[in-house]
Design a binder for this molecule. Sequence first.
Ligand SMILES: CC(C)(COP(=O)(O)OP(=O)(O)OC[C@H]1O[C@@H](n2cnc3c(N)ncnc32)[C@H](O)[C@@H]1OP(=O)(O)O)[C@@H](O)C(=O)NCCC(=O)NCCS
Length: 180
Amino acid sequence: MSIPPDRITTARLVLRRPQPSDADAMYAFGRDPEVARFMDWTRHTSPRDAVAFIESAHARWQAAEEYAWAITVQPDDAAIGSVACRVRGHAVDLGYVLARPCWGHGYATEAAKAVFEWAVSVAAVCRIWATCDAENAASAHVLEKIGMSREGILRRWSIRPNLAPGVARDALVYSWVRTN
Ligand SMILES: CC(C)(COP(=O)(O)OP(=O)(O)OC[C@H]1O[C@@H](n2cnc3c(N)ncnc32)[C@H](O)[C@@H]1OP(=O)(O)O)[C@@H](O)C(=O)NCCC(=O)NCCS
């Protein structure tokens, strides 16, 4: 079992474990309807939702279920988003979310690429993959920019509760596979 580092530094970012003091910052983007639009979790309606996310992220890390980092821009320690991955034997999947004022600066690409590169560095990992809603063009573009290819469409794959409650929507699946 490969456990990623608690802290990953990139040219502009530090990815670090979420902590209780991130709750306000995480609530600020978790409650934003535009941010939550294509997500598979319900938009935050109370700061308690962000606290629950942070507690759950900690528990999931300890259980090796999912590894989530807060995204921060150096030298500021404020969380502007989060990125996470799950390790399932030879396969790693990843996802990310960013506060709206921070969109369009390449931060999601930089954060996702760092997690992607960690996964590539683990020799036992031969598949890295991610999904996004079929209409989430910005996210699809991020996945392409980090070096993944579109593998196909997963029909009626996921419910996006903030967009169409109870309706399973198509998703795009992207992947990178080790070929040697
Ligand atoms: C998806 C998301 C993380 C992208 O964050 P970001 O920091 O703006 O991403 P980047 O700047 O690294 O790259 C986005 C790319 O998509 C492009 N893009 C943005 N909106 C687009 C759109 N509607 N259609 C096509 N491309 C789009 C940008 O131009 C950029 O490409 P470029 O660098 O070639 O110009 C952000 O929009 C977000 O948090 N959305 C809400 C949560 C979400 O959807 N998460 C992903 C779930 S799968």
